[in-house]
Every structure is written in structure tokens, then in C-alpha cells.
Design a protein around this ligand. Structure first.
Ligand SMILES: Cc1cc2nc3c(=O)[nH]c(=O)nc-3n(C[C@H](O)[C@H](O)[C@H](O)COP(=O)(O)O)c2cc1C
Length: 279
């Protein structure tokens, strides 16, 4: 039996490889049974390694007045999308933003498995406009939202330009983001053992401006994995932890998450966040 809590029809790494940000959406509606699956995942109470809470809300702009649609403020980057998942966290709670990264990425992966297109949006939308549309409460913050729908046959020109600007297809090599015992020693793939797939799941994931702003130190021959954040990109860290956690669970590599700073000397601007310990 598969060990992820999400019901995917294929191995997680295949879904991760199939996902790509899509910025132009066709008028075709999401099939009712697919929407039902997504809605039930959104409503699921998910515990993540961060032990925080957040809210996901489905926002439909189907048949909505164009003036209302403008409030999304997606700045011409996203075209044609009518369904969105909006992420809501308590204002100023950065741990909840990491948790949101974890929880919302599960929705992105399920949508991908259902052959739907998505695009994480952390910047190119209007936070106040969307807060009004979802009737957010005082003290709520909206770190991100994700359009979900059928992709158009071809990427529109803005999508092509954005992808070129951020080199969307490229990923940093394994040895640039994963380290062996400390930041002075890059981790060679052949030393990763059973952790190779969970680490690869992190590396292939999406990140803001494709910056891959996380680093991982593998200690004690894979007994402990320490996650570090480059420049405090909390959503991206949550996505990285999600990919590692789901892949480790899927392949049956058991472990537990704890915040237990190993005291490894880290380069300037890189800060410790959380660790995974093999069990
Ligand atoms: C947390 C997060 C925020 C993002 N915000 C935006 C955004 O505001 N606008 C946008 O066009 N793309 C955004 N992206 C998409 C990234 O640019 C994209 O994931 C990256 O370039 C890699 O391309 P890929 O997703 O096609 O693999 C975001 C991605 C993540 C993970």
C-alpha cells in the first residue's frame, strides 16, 4: 500500500517531475469529481512538521463580474484562470507560512496528478484585493494563492518571458544544495543512499523566482537531515519539507521531525529551521 496520505495515481517523483508552473488557462471547467477531490484535500486537517495551522480557501471567479475579477490583481501574469486556492495564515506567524507551503504544495501535487495546471503566486497578485474576495478576517494574512485549471495548448507570451527570466527549467546541482556533515563538504549523490530520492524530490520542486532558497546538511551518514533557509523564504522551505516528507513516507523511510539546531557553522544569511531524524 502507498504510504502518502494523498491518493496519487503514480509515484510522487513522477508527479513532481510532471508539475510545471502554467500561467494561461483554458475556459474548460475542472471536472466535478476532480474538483471534489481537491476540495476535500483543502478541507483536510493536515499536520505538518511545523505544527502550525493555516486555512486554504477555494475561490471561484466563474461568472463573476469583470470588475470583481480585477481585484485579483494578477498583473497580466495569469490569464484565463477562474479557480484559485487561497492560503491564509495569522499575520506575522512565519511558522504558519512554512506550514502553508507544506499544505498548499499537497494540493498542487494532487492537481498535477489530475492533469490540471497550477502556478504558485507569492508576489504577482493583490493581497488586499484577494483578502476582500475571500472575506479574510482582521489579522489574517494571504502569503500565496494558486490558480488551478486546464492549461491552454500553448504558453502565452508573458509565461514564456517569466520562465526565461527565472530560468524556470534549471535546477541547482545536487552538490550545490546538499551537504555532507557540514557546509564545507558538498554531498555527492552516491553517498545519499536511501535519501537520494527524498533529496531529489526537494531539488526538483518549485520555488519563488526559481531561487531554490534552502540548503540541507545530511549528518551521521543519513541519520539526521538539517534544513536551512536562505534569506527566510518560508513558503519555499515548507514546499521543500513537504517533498522530502512525502517521498520518505512513500518509500517507507521512517523518521521524525524536530527543531533541534545541531550547531553546524552556517554561512552568512543561512539560518537553521528544522531537522528530520531517521527512526
Ligand atoms: C512560493 C512561490 C511563489 C511564487 N510566486 C510566483 C509569482 O508571484 N508569480 C509567478 O509568475 N510565479 C511565481 N512562482 C513560480 C516560480 O517562478 C516557479 O516555480 C519557478 O520559476 C520554477 O518553474 P516551474 O514551477 O515551472 O518548475 C512562485 C513559486 C513559488 C514556489
Amino acid at each position: 500500500m502507498r504510504k502518502t496520505t494523498m491518493e496519487l495515481s503514480r509515484p510522487l517523483l513522477d508527479v513532481i517531475k510532471a508539475r510545471t508552473s502554467w500561467r494561461s488557462y483554458s475556459p474548460a471547467s475542472i471536472e466535478p469529481d476532480h474538483k471534489k477531490k481537491l476540495l476535500s484535500l483543502i478541507d483536510e486537517k493536515v499536520t505538518s512538521p511545523f505544527g502550525a495551522s493555516c486555512k486554504l480557501q477555494w475561490l471561484t471567479m466563474e461568472g463573476v463580474d469583470p470588475a470583481e475579477k480585477k481585484k485579483l490583481g494578477t498583473y497580466g501574469v495569469i490569464s484565463g484562470a477562474r479557480e484559485f486556492v487561497v492560503g491564509i495564515t495569522p499575520e506575522g506567524d512565519l511558522n504558519a507560512v512554512q506550514h502553508l507551503g507544506y499544505v498548499m504544495e499537497r494540493v498542487v501535487l494532487l492537481a498535477t496528478d489530475l492533469s490540471l495546471a497550477t502556478c504558485w503566486l507569492g508576489g504577482t497578485f493583490s493581497r488586499t484585493g484577494v483578502a476582500g474576495l475571500v472575506k479574510a478576517a482582521h489579522g489574517d494574512s494571504i502569503p500565496a494563492m494558486v490558480p488551478v485549471g486546464h492549461p491552454t495548448g500553448h504558453r502565452h507570451v508573458v509565461d514564456i518571458v517569466v520562465r526565461l527570466a527565472v530560468k524556470a527549467k534549471a535546477r541547482l546541482p545536487f552538490e550545490r544544495v546538499f551537504f555532507d556533515g557540514g557546509f564545507g563538504r558538498p554531498l555527492v549523490r552516491s553517498r545519499a543512499g536511501v535519501l537520494e530520492a527524498p533529496l531529489e524530490a526537494i531539488r526538483l520542486g518549485p520555488s519563488s523566482k526559481n531561487s531554490q532558497p534552502w540548503r540541507v546538511v545530511v549528518a551521521g551518514d543519513g541519520d539526521a537531515i538539517h534544513f536551512y533557509n536562505v534569506s527566510r523564504w518560508h513558503l519555499d522551505l515548507g514546499i521543500a519539507v513537504c517533498h522530502f516528507d512525502l517521498q520518505a513516507k512513500e518509500q517507507g523511510t521512517a523518521g521524525a521531525w524536530r527543531v533541534e539546531d545541531p550547531g553546524v557553522a552556517a554561512p552568512e544569511g543561512i539560518s537553521y529551521v528544522i531537522s528530520w531524524f531517521k527512526e
